[in-house]
Ligand binder design. Structure first.
Ligand SMILES: Nc1ncnc2c1ncn2[C@@H]1O[C@H](COP(=O)(O)OP(=O)(O)O)[C@@H](O)[C@H]1O
Ligand SMILES: [Mg+2]
Length: 397
C-alpha cells in the first residue's frame, strides 16, 4: 500500500514512519513536510496515495475544504487524521468530509497500526469488489490422485510466475498433505486459529497463514485432526468470502471424502478440478464424484477434469476413459516421479527444484491457460529480452 504522511513537524513524520515500517516493511511510505500553510493535495505523492495520514495536531482547525476535495476525487483512498485533542468534537465534521479514522498524537505508537490495517481492509475490499478473486477447488477421485501436490504447485506458480496474490487453503483436515508439498516450516499456525477469531479480515487471514513467497500464503489444516473438530461449513464459507476480496486466487485442496465442508467449498468454487490417474480404480472414484456433481446441479463448465501422472504403460486409453466418463479432460499432466519426489523430500515447491522439469512446464502451461495467457507470448517475451540484452552487450563492447 502507498501511504503518504503529511505534517509540519519532522519529528512526527519520523515517528509515524518508524511505527509503520516496524509493523510491515513492504508498504511504500512517503513523508511530506508541508511547510505551506495551505494543504496542496494535488502533489503527485499525495494524489497517488492509497492512504493519507494527515497530522492536524498543530492546527486550530484542519483544512476541511481541501480534505473533502481530496476524498471526493479519490474514493478508494482513505484519510486518517492525527489530533492533539478534541477528537470527539471534530469527529463528526471529519467524517462528513470523508476522514475514515482519527487518533490522538499521544496514542500514535499504540493505535496507528490498528487504524492503518482497517484502512488496508477497506482498500482490499474495494479492489476485491472490482476484481473478485477466483476460487478453485481440487478434489481427488481417489486417494493418491495427486490433488494436493498438483494444487499447491499450481497455486505457487500463479503467484511466482504470474505475480498474482494467491491464498492456498489446505482443507484436508485429516492428512493436510498440501503443506508438505510447499514448505518444511513446522509452525503450528492453522485454520483452527482463524475460525476462533471474532473478526475476520484480510490481515487476520494473513496472520494465521505462512507466507511462502512474496504474494503467496498458505493457510494450513491443523497438524492434529482433533483440532479440526468443530470447524463448520459456515466458518469456512466466511473465510472464503473475505479471502476473495484480498486475493486474486483462492486455491483449496480437499480430501477425497465428500463431507459438508467439501460440499460447501465446491458450491463456492468458480471451478472444481477433480484429479485422477487414468487407471481403473480412479475411474470408478471419478464416476462417484460425477454422480454428486449431477445431484448438485453443477453446470458442466464448473467441473474441469484433470488427468494426472500420464505416460505410464498401464494407463487406459484416454478416449476409452473419456467415453466412460462422458466428459473430456481439460488438463493432462505427465508423470514426473523423480522431480516430484525431490520436491516432497526437500519440502520445496516443484518449480524451485526443477524449473525445467516436464511437470513444472505442464503446470506453467495450465496456469497460462487459466489466465488466458498464450504460452507463445511468454516465449516471444523471452526472445525480446534476450535480444535487448545482446544489443546492449554489443553497445557496451
Ligand atoms: N505428476 C506426478 N508425477 C509423479 N508423482 C506424482 C505426481 N502427482 C502426484 N504424485 C505423487 O503422488 C502421491 C500422491 O499425491 P497427493 O497429492 O498426496 O494425492 P491426493 O491429494 O490426491 O491424495 C504423492 O506422493 C506425490 O508425490
Ligand atoms: Mg490430498
Amino acid at each position: 500500500m502507498k501511504i503518504t504522511v503529511l505534517s509540519k513537524n519532522n519529528a512526527l513524520l519520523h515517528r509515524v514512519k518508524v511505527t509503520l515500517l516496524g509493523a510491515r516493511d513492504n508498504d511504500q511510505v512517503e513523508l511530506v513536510n508541508r511547510s505551506a500553510s495551505h494543504l496542496d493535495l494535488d502533489m503527485p505523492d499525495i494524489a497517488n496515495a492509497n492512504l493519507l495520514i494527515l497530522d492536524g495536531s498543530e492546527e486550530e482547525a484542519p483544512d476541511w475544504v481541501n480534505i473533502e476535495k481530496f476524498n471526493l476525487q479519490h474514493p478508494h483512498s482513505s484519510t486518517i487524521l492525527i489530533c492533539a485533542e478534541r477528537i470527539e468534537q471534530i469527529l463528526v465534521q471529519a467524517m462528513r468530509v470523508g476522514v475514515r479514522d482519527a487518533l490522538y498524537l499521544a496514542e500514535l505508537e499504540d493505535r496507528l497500526i490498528e487504524v492503518v490495517e482497517r484502512a488496508r481492509s477497506r482498500q482490499a475490499a474495494f479492489e476485491g469488489a472490482l476484481r473478485g478473486g477466483k476460487v478453485y477447488s481440487f478434489i481427488p477421485s481417489k486417494g493418491g490422485s495427486g490433488a494436493s501436490f498438483i494444487s499447491s504447485n499450481l497455486a505457487y506458480i500463479l503467484a511466482k510466475v504470474h505475480k498474482k496474490r494467491v491464498l492456498m487453503i489446505d482443507l484436508d483436515l485429516e492428512f493436510s498433505d498440501a503443506s508438505f508439498c510447499l514448505t518444511d516450516d513446522d509452525s503450528i499456525k492453522s485454520i483452527a486459529d482463524l475460525v476462533a477469531r471474532p473478526h475476520l479480515s484480510g490481515p487476520v487471514i494473513e496472520s494465521a497463514s505462512i507466507q511462502i513467497e512474496q504474494t503467496f500464503w498458505l493457510l494450513r489444516a491443523p497438524q492434529n485432526p482433533e483440532m479440526s473438530v468443530g470447524i463448520t461449513p459456515d466458518q469456512v464459507d466466511d473465510i472464503i468470502s473475505v479471502a476473495v476480496r484480498h486475493y486474486d486466487f483462492v486455491c483449496i485442496d480437499l480430501a477425497r471424502t465428500l463431507e459438508p465442508i467439501a460440499l460447501r467449498v465446491m458450491d463456492r468454487s468458480d471451478v472444481v478440478f477433480p484429479v485422477m490417474q487414468t487407471v481403473l480404480p480412479f475411474v470408478r472414484g471419478m464416476q462417484r464424484l460425477q454422480r454428486t456433481f449431477r445431484a448438485l446441479h453443477y453446470p458442466e463448465s464448473k467441473i474441469q477434469l484433470v488427468a494426472n501422472r500420464q505416460g505410464n504403460k498401464d494407463d487406459l486409453p484416454m478416449t476409452d476413459i473419456e467415453n466412460a466418463l462422458q466428459a473430456k479432460f481439460v488438463v493432462r499432466l505427465p508423470n514426473d516421479f523423480f522431480n516430484v519426489n525431490t520436491s516432497i523430500n526437500t519440502g520445496k515447491p516443484l518449480m524451485e527444484v526443477a524449473p525445467q522439469g516436464i511437470l513444472t512446464q505442464a503446470l506453467i502451461q495450465w496456469s497460462n491457460q487459466l489466465l488466458g495467457v498464450k504460452s507463445e507470448e511468454k516465449v516471444v517475451n523471452v526472445d525480446h529480452s534476450l535480444l535487448s540484452k545482446l544489443t546492449s552487450l554489443f553497445r557496451s563492447s
